[in-house]
Design a protein around this ligand. Structure first.
Ligand SMILES: O=C(O)CCC(=O)C(=O)O
Ligand SMILES: [Fe+2]
Length: 205
């Protein structure tokens, strides 16, 4: 049996403030989380933030410019937005609780740089299998998702297929673990599926 199987987070109940103090890490057994991260190079963090905070963060991104990423010659594309210091999305990852979490998972204590972006997908869109080119650890939080995995949008990483609901997250070593998402699929129930993830990439030593 996998010794990390019993590892379950408890989510915070605070939902009305953005973004400080809303990270669930205070309630996590951090030593077990770090051991799991070191072992697997990724950590699934269901309910890392509340759905309300995920929605609030999503709303802070809506009026920000996006660019279309076009990947190679395969017609694979999606929307990307970048955020700098002072934007609530960036500041979420820069808050002390998030920094401490990144340090505890990696056992590194210097952060030289933080990069923050969203990737947004509509029907038919996905990100192809890849490893990111830089960074030490990435914290990826789902801000918007289709109603269920029948609509695609699963993140496949470390041999695991994860359907992330808003507020769910993963921490992972994106430079060494190949990862990709499955294409979003429209249905009668959800003719216009949308998936948005917010990513904080920490450069550490
Ligand atoms: O959409 C996702 O879950 C993955 C995003 C990703 O891998 C990236 O932006 O590099
Ligand atoms: Fe990636």
């Amino acid at each position: 049996m996998n010794r990390f199987e019993g590892f379950t987070p408890i989510s915070t109940t605070e939902t009305d403030r953005l973004p400080s103090d809303q990270i669930a890490t205070a309630n996590w057994p951090i030593a077990a989380a770090a051991e799991c991260y070191v072992h697997n190079r990724f950590l699934h963090l269901p309910e890392f933030v509340s759905p309300d905070l995920a929605q609030s963060l999503l709303e802070t991104t809506l009026d920000m410019p996006s660019r279309r990423v076009i990947c190679g010659d395969k017609g694979i594309s999606w929307d990307e937005q970048n955020f700098d210091l002072g934007h609530p999305s960036y500041d979420f990852f820069a808050q002390p609780e998030a920094i401490t979490f990144a340090k505890e998972l990696t056992h590194l204590d210097k952060i030289s740089h933080l990069v923050c972006w969203t990737s947004g997908y509509s029907a038919g869109e996905f990100i192809n299998p890849h490893k990111d080119v830089a960074g030490t650890i990435q914290l990826l939080i789902c801000l918007q998702a289709p109603p269920n995995a029948a609509h695609g949008g699963e993140l496949v990483v470390g041999g695991q297929r994860l359907f992330l609901a808003p507020g769910d997250a993963i921490a992972f070593e994106a430079t060494t673990l190949e990862h990709y998402t499955t294409p979003l699929v429209a249905s009668e129930q959800e003719p216009n599926p949308h998936r948005v993830v917010l990513v904080g990439r920490y450069y550490m030593s």
